[in-house]
Design a binder for this molecule. Structure first.
Ligand SMILES: NC(=O)c1ccc[n+]([C@@H]2O[C@H](COP(=O)([O-])OP(=O)(O)OC[C@H]3O[C@@H](n4cnc5c(N)ncnc54)[C@H](O)[C@@H]3O)[C@@H](O)[C@H]2O)c1
Length: 301
């Protein structure tokens, strides 16, 4: 007697649950404009969330049983050791780590040309955005390695995922702030690719990815638009962006949720995901700038 093969229909079980409930996620920079949306999204997915930030101004309720706030500077090794220790004591090994804290481009003093950049700016940006991100990733790796060899802790590891927050600047460059662009390139390329080989040797299911958002529609971006005008807005998020709009912070948070979830992105590893609405690059010259451009040799002959 031949049995009829069963066919998939709309009632056939298929879970769309992210599977993040109860996982421990640590977010650096979780008090910032994008970080707070990311932390909120992880809380909504029922994660236990540790927020590590240099500021005391935490927008979350510190009494919430699912939140652990730790004040720490990501460039300070001792403070980062303490931050991870405190987070682990509260919620167990750090499964998901979102390395998000950085000096954002919008808080940095830019110069017309690299020729005029203060070397101290380069150093400061690299201290936070590159070294601080390295420090964060290193502590996540250690947390995973320790847990992997402890049967009790290992049984808690389900969504082992590191997400590095890079930037479109790391892909396209920033003429007026090369340090920011170079620091982001370092973490979203060299560090990412190295960790993608390293992490699974410490825990086979560990995944490492990065995201590169385009200009995000934060309160600060709106303020910049008011300050610098429509020309700034056009250059940043319209001229080379097909939908001609900035990125909602929620879109960054949702992509991070996707990457955090073993169930949703279990085979996505070592990838840099642009979240930039298809931005194709920077607008190099406006027509007005071209018209006024000094010609090669001007001022010399
Ligand atoms: N805003 C954008 O348009 C945009 C676009 C692409 C990428 N990004 C990246 O997204 C991330 C968040 O950007 P944002 O716009 O929310 O910036 P933000 O300034 O609002 O947030 C950054 C957070 O990091 C924290 N921080 C800074 N230095 C720290 C340190 N040494 N130790 C610990 N915490 C520190 C700050 O206190 C702040 O809470 C950054 O990595 C930024 O480079 C932002």
């Amino acid at each position: 007697m031949s049995s009829t093969p069963s066919r998939i229909n709309s009632q056939t079980p298929f879970s769309t649950d992210l599977g993040l409930k109860g996982s421990h996620a640590l977010v650096t920079g979780g008090c910032g404009l994008i970080g707070k949306v990311v932390a909120h999204a992880l809380l909504a997915a029922e994660c236990c969330v540790s927020i590590v930030d240099i500021t005391d101004d935490c927008p979350f309720d510190r009494q919430d049983a699912n939140i652990c706030f730790v004040k720490a500077d990501i460039t300070n090794a001792e403070q980062m050791d303490q931050a991870f220790a405190k987070a682990e004591q509260r919620f167990g090994p750090v499964e998901i780590c979102v390395a998000l804290a950085s000096l954002d481009l919008s808080v940095l003093q830019q110069s017309e040309s690299l020729a005029d950049m203060d070397p101290k700016t380069w150093q400061r940006v690299f201290d936070v955005n590159a070294n601080g991100t390295f420090m964060t990733c290193q502590r996540w790796l250690r947390s995973i390695r320790t847990a992997a060899w402890d049967p009790q802790k290992a049984s808690r590891l389900r969504n082992v995922s590191l997400i590095i927050v890079g930037s479109e600047s790391g892909r396209f460059g920033v003429r007026t702030m090369a340090a920011y662009a170079a620091g982001k390139s370092a973490v979203q390329q060299g560090l990412l690719r190295s960790l993608a080989e390293d992490a699974p040797r410490l825990y086979s299911a560990a995944r490492v990815n990065a995201v590169a958002p385009g200009p995000v529609a934060t309160e600060r971006f709106e303020e910049e638009r008011r300050r610098y005008g429509d020309e700034f807005y056009y250059r940043e998020c319209q001229a080379t962006v097909p939908p001609a709009k900035p990125i909602p912070p929620e879109d960054v948070a949702m992509t991070i949720l996707f990457l955090a979830s073993q169930r949703y992105s279990g085979s996505v590893h070592g990838q840099l995901i642009p979240i930039d609405a298809g931005k194709t690059g920077n607008l190099v010259w406006t027509k007005e700038e071209l018209a006024e451009r000094p010609k090669p040799g001007d001022g010399v002959n």
